[in-house]
Design a binder for this molecule. Sequence first.
Ligand SMILES: [Zn+2]
Length: 262
Amino acid sequence: MTPQAIYSLFVLVVGMLVGSFLNVCIFRMPKDESVISPPSHCQNCDHQIRWYENIPLFSYLFLRGKCRGCGAHISLQYPLVEMINGILTLVLFLRFGFTPAFAAMFLFCSSLVVITFIDIEHQIIPDEISLSGIVVGFLLSFFLKEPGWLDSMLGILLGGGSLLLVAYGYQLLTGKEGMGGGDIKLLAMMGAFLGWKSVLFIIFASSLIGSIVGVSIMLLQKKDSKLAIPFGPYLASAALLYIFYGHQLIQWYFNLGMKKPV
Ligand SMILES: [Zn+2]
């Protein structure tokens, strides 16, 4: 194996192990429980999970998705989150290598995984993550080439401010509350980690993704259901898109505008 392959495998495993912890956050944070103690146990019979029953992915397969104590079904979410976080960490490593940017994006993307799963299930975005994310993202920007601290600060202001404006406008026009405060704090956090340009991109891309998914769901259900779909996952998808393709997409967009008519 080449060193690169060994590093990649190592990073994949670490990402999955962290994913295992993210699962604990996803299950406990909405219930305001501590994510540190007590140690992992079965929700059904309190059987304490041993280390060998807690190996990402493999334990789920080895236990055939059942608790060893009582045979209760273990949620598919556990291996799913472990796998998603492992793959995310790996592609971040392949993109950034072992750099400060990799560390920052690893932290940021792991937070997005937790936020996405909690938002889908509970329609909330925990302040513990978004508000501390704003602070951490800003502090990290002092150690990163991109975004610098000024860019990060503008990102926070633009992210928090612009969505607040959209939410206010929507409420003014429709008399209904559209965008949740959680989304606004999340976008401010994204601005802190990715800089102000990302905010514009994320608003545009998330609305586009949201419309496509929304219309598809309406067509599939064959009725104009007012199904409340949380917006956090769209923001998260758009942020990922920005991390990997943002520069190319922005460049491509501006090149379209620059092309002179023949
Ligand atoms: Zn059990």
